[in-house]
Design a protein around this ligand. Structure first.
Ligand SMILES: *[C@@H]1O[C@H](CO)[C@@H](O)[C@H](O)[C@H]1NC(C)=O
Ligand SMILES: *[C@@H]1O[C@H](CO)[C@@H](O)[C@H](O)[C@H]1NC(C)=O
Ligand SMILES: *[C@@H]1O[C@H](CO)[C@@H](O)[C@H](O)[C@H]1NC(C)=O
Ligand SMILES: *[C@@H]1O[C@H](CO)[C@@H](O)[C@H](O)[C@H]1NC(C)=O
Ligand SMILES: *[C@@H]1O[C@H](CO)[C@@H](O)[C@H](O)[C@H]1NC(C)=O
Ligand SMILES: *[C@@H]1O[C@H](CO)[C@@H](O)[C@H](O)[C@H]1NC(C)=O
Ligand SMILES: *[C@@H]1O[C@H](CO)[C@@H](O)[C@H](O)[C@H]1NC(C)=O
Ligand SMILES: *[C@@H]1O[C@H](CO)[C@@H](O)[C@H](O)[C@H]1NC(C)=O
Length: 513
């Protein structure tokens, strides 16, 4: 045979083989329709009331469509049992699939696209896609998935698109989308996500499309970072709205609002009272909130200036943020009774505000000064107060007693004079009175010692008893000394009073006899 005829023969062989193969791959299609579509050998098995994957489809088929069949579940080795080891595209839409065995896709090593949308898939085991290492597109839209296990997509080094819209996903852990070096699209639209952190998508270098529309987003500080970062990196592809809090319902993520956490005053508790124990008193207010709330102190309806230069050093404010909360302390210096009353700590941020009343109690007595000095315990103050009160009462009683003495002796004196009775009792009484008079005068003007002449002459010219009393008094005076005259008078008056009393009682008793 010459060369051209060999060439023709070879061509013939090839064409026959191809025809044979062409015939072969369509031979066992049964209910499915085997056609070339988009340049691929395709088995269209949709709408055939198939309850399981046909076993005898040709292994040269690249694209299989099983949609709209009542398959219900994918068991172990579902595909490796068939000849479909080399398929690139597998579509299982609307097959009522609820459960998928973790080894269902075993041996589908070259599968590029898997579409299982519109099923009832509840649960996906962590290893479900472990065997489909070359998968690039995974479509799970319109299922009933609520949880994505952490390792579900690990090491899928070819995976570019994960489509999970219209499921019931409530939460995505930061581990879900890890080790996905070429992933560029995630669709999480129409799920039940309320919050998500940017960590979830942080390690995806090629991500450029992230759909999170129509989720019940709670737009507070916990979502702020995700929202800011995704917008900054231009990842968000669909307009996304907030569901909560009420004031942000319907707000778009692109709108210029801050997703804030409402301030919360952790300390003090409601109805707190603070008692001033020193001249500087500090009220404190521990606040949580994001962004960090601005705190104002209000006293009797007036905001206390935060700027220390403007509040004239009467108030000193202090702020310390750590561990996610802020201490806002207000020190009131030189506290006096007028500073008592209601103070209010008001914490505000874009999310809202919280407030707390604190009542400052200032005791009416003097306050202990000296910031370094330990404030005196209230019990000690009580004891001092009581002691002072006791002394004052004692003095008052003494004064009253004296006055009474004076008056009663005066009255007695007058009576005696009427009766012109010069009994020794009378004389003694008069003597006493003279000295009281002296005492009183000394009280008014203690510097000038009143002359004895103030004593009525009639009294001075009394009997021996008078001089006795006088001598007694003079003795007393000498005991105290002239320099202690004032003290002496203080002590003497009650002494005299007491003496007079005894006398009066004595007279009365004698008279009755
Ligand atoms: C589908 O197949 C089941 C048996 O597998 C049969 O009972 C049913 O009638 C079929 N439905 C239709 C619409 O052919
Ligand atoms: C889903 O599949 C069922 C048959 O299993 C079919 O009757 C129904 O029309 C399909 N639904 C859609 C939306 O294609
Ligand atoms: C979806 O899953 C829940 C449990 O996670 C189940 O109660 C519910 O019936 C499922 N819905 C459908 C349509 O399968
Ligand atoms: C992912 O791949 C790394 C090595 O590339 C391996 O150490 C790790 O165990 C794999 N993880 C899973 C879940 O397969
Ligand atoms: C004031 O702030 C500090 C925070 O540094 C806190 O430890 C302290 O208890 C606060 N309150 C008072 C009354 O000093
Ligand atoms: C602020 O609070 C932290 C922790 O409570 C503390 O370590 C730090 O010293 C405080 N700063 C000031 C200025 O008081
Ligand atoms: C604080 O006290 C004022 C009256 O003094 C009252 O109107 C207000 O409701 C109180 N606020 C709180 C948070 O208790
Ligand atoms: C009270 O506070 C003021 C201002 O900080 C300070 O100058 C003063 O020394 C303090 N007084 C006491 C008694 O601590």
């Amino acid at each position: 045979m010459d060369l051209p005829s060999v060439y023709i023969f070879v061509l013939w062989i090839i064409s026959v083989a191809m025809a044979q193969e062409e015939e072969d791959w369509t031979k066992n299609c049964n209910k499915c329709t085997c056609i070339w579509a988009d340049g691929r050998r395709t088995a269209n098995c949709a709408n055939q009331n198939l309850s399981e994957i046909p076993k005898d489809l040709s292994n040269t088929i690249k694209y299989v469509d099983f949609s709209n069949n009542p398959i219900y579940s994918l068991g172990s080795y579902e595909f490796s049992n068939s000849n479909l080891r080399d398929i690139h595209f597998l579509t299982l839409q609307n097959c009522s699939i609820e459960t998928i065995s973790e080894s269902a896709f075993y041996n589908l090593g070259v599968l590029i696209q898997l579409d299982m949308s519109r099923n009832r898939i509840n649960v996906l085991g962590e290893d479900t896609f472990r065997q489909v290492k070359r998968l690039r597109i995974l479509i799970l839209s319109y299922n009933n998935i609520s949880v994505l296990p952490d390792g579900l997509f690990f090491n899928m080094t070819f995976l570019k698109r994960i489509i999970l819209d219209h499921n019931k996903i409530e939460n995505i852990s930061p581990e879900t989308f890890k080790k996905l070096p070429v992933l560029n699209e995630i669709n999480l639209g129409n799920n039940r996500l309320k919050r998500i952190t940017f960590d979830v998508v942080k390690d995806l270098p090629y991500l450029n499309s992230l759909n999170v529309e129509d989720n019940p987003w709670i737009c507070d500080c916990l979502l702020q970072d995700f929202r800011q970062s995704t917008i900054k990196n231009n990842l968000i592809t669909k307009e996304t709205e907030c569901q909560e809090p009420p004031r942000l319902k319907g707000t778009r993520w692109q709108d210029p609002v801050i997703f804030a956490c409402v301030p919360e005053i952790l300390d003090p508790k409601p109805l707190t009272q603070v008692e001033a124990t020193s001249t500087n008193v500090t009220l404190s207010c521990k606040v949580k909130g994001d962004p960090t709330p601005d705190v104002d102190w209000v006293n009797n309806g007036h905001i206390i200036e935060r700027d220390p230069r403007k509040n004239k050093q009467k108030y000193v404010t202090f702020k310390n943020t750590s561990d996610g909360f802020t201490w806002n302390n207000l020190t009131i210096t030189g506290v006096n009774y007028r500073d008592r009353g209601d103070y209010k700590c008001i914490a505000k941020n874009p999310g809202g505000e919280d407030e707390r009343n604190i009542t400052l109690i200032v005791p009416s007595g003097p306050l202990v000064g000296g910031g370094g000095a330990t404030p005196m315990a209230s019990s000690t103050l009580w004891i001092i107060g009581l002691a002072i009160t006791f002394i004052v009462l004692l003095l008052v009683v003494l004064l009253l007693v004296c006055c009474f003495c004076k008056r009663s002796s005066h009255g007695m004196n007058a009576k005696r004079r009427e009766h012109a009775d010069s009994s020794e009792e009378y004389i003694n009484m008069s003597g006493g009175q003279a000295d009281i008079k002296k005492g009183l005068i000394t009280d008014v003007n203690p510097v000038t010692k009143p002359p004895r002449a103030t004593v009525p002459p009639s009294v001075v010219s009394g009997g021996t008893e008078v001089s006795d009393v006088k001598r007694n008094l003079l003795d007393n005076e000498s005991v105290f000394g002239k320099s202690d005259f004032f003290v002496a008078v203080w002590f003497r008056s009650p002494l005299i009073c007491a003496k007079i009393h005894i006398r009066v009682i004595h007279i009365l008793l004698v008279r009755r006899k």
